[in-house]
Unconditional design. Sequence first.
Length: 432
Amino acid sequence: MMKKTITGFSKFSKREKIDWIISTFFEDAEVAKKTISQYWNDDKTLQDLHDDFIENTISNFYLPYGVAPNFVINNREYVIPMVVEESSVVAAASLVAKFWSTRGGFKATVISTTKIGQVHFMFDGEFADLKAHFNDSKSRLITATDSITKNMRKRGGGILDIELRDKSSELENYYQLHVTFETMDSMGANFINSCLEAIAKEFNKENSASSVQVQIVMSILSNYVPDCIVRAEVSCPVNRLYKENAELFAQKFKQAVDIANVEPHRAVTHNKGIMNGIDAVVVATGNDFRAIESGAHAYAAQSGAYKSLSQCEIKDGIFTFWIEIPLALGTVGGLTAIHPLAKLSLEMLQKPSASELMEIVAVAGLAQNFAALRALTTTGIQHGHMKMHLSNIIKQLDTSEEEKTYLLNYFEKKEVSHSAVVAAYEKMKERG
Ligand code: HMG
């Protein structure tokens, strides 16, 4: 049997990596080679750029880049770029953007922008001694980062505070330096981690001059940012919400949100719908969607139970629907500066600051949630979703252009399902 492990793979050329992968895992080498190479970009400079984003790159994995027009956010008009593989997400965002554009648009506000990093360490001794040692060294810990924070301080950011936290009741001998940061228009991951490592090094150095001996375990930013929060909201009189029986619509919509607040199984799906919008814009702008995802879900579970990220209220005939979500985003640095499509997205969004991008992304999440709940509590989700998914189903049937047009027309006014499309296709074939 051929060995499926290898040493020194990283040192291979791209061609050698592909050859090894193909000869080890694929029966049809030609098909595999063609699939890998057909996604390469002819522009060598662009391909080299993509090759260097990660390690051991052998191809590019395309995702569709769509746009949702007609968003009005804080009285300003936007077209929002969205990178997502799921049909109906962009259509839903577009529909809801248009809907709310005639009802006052979206209102969004950044509540706070504080980021967090921690130096985790062990200490086997009296907390009072540790505290005295920390108080004595705190200003030197900050000074130790001066060269790293110089430019950030010029922009108005930097280290906000360093706090000593006693976690020893949760884990024996465990303490933290809990550091808060303002990173302005950058997401700040590298900046925060560099500061933390400098702080940890200094804290360790202070050891030798003191009887207090700490053991540094690690220094790393936290993707849980409950003080980097944005709120987005829509609001209108209930009677402007839906064409018929608007009151019942509003009531059912609010019930759907309330259910997500008490039932974690529903909350997870509800929030997944929100993340459909959030991730799509986060990816399109070159931001880190894993950081956003983990931070958002931790926030949804902050009470100890996993709950909805959005809320709904009906009061004095006014329907209000809003979201509060932590979003640590950047509009400078990282991929935002080097991925040509991330740059394009930011220009399309009229070159937002990080705070403005937080508002736009939160709005995309709220819009997506509104679309899903509107569909779920009225026609059901499958109606619109399958309507958008129709061309994907047809593609699996290997139709000619003429047959595809026939099927698209046939399902114009009919309910779409996978089996219904297959049945219509087979009937069409039978008729010849
Ligand atoms: P519709 O009313 O049938 O659409 O809605 P329409 O054909 O009447 O067009 C109205 C507008 O919708 C258009 O205006 C577009 O803005 C947009 P126009 O451009 O004509 O002035 N629109 C489109 N935009 C781009 N391409 C298209 C397109 N079609 C319509 N092809 C729609 C159809 C799908 C929008 C609606 O049924 C809908 O919003 N459904 C909900 C879909 C949804 O939420 N999808 C997310 C994925 S489902 C999921 O994963 C999450 C979930 O589990 C979360 C949860 O449980 O909470 C559901």
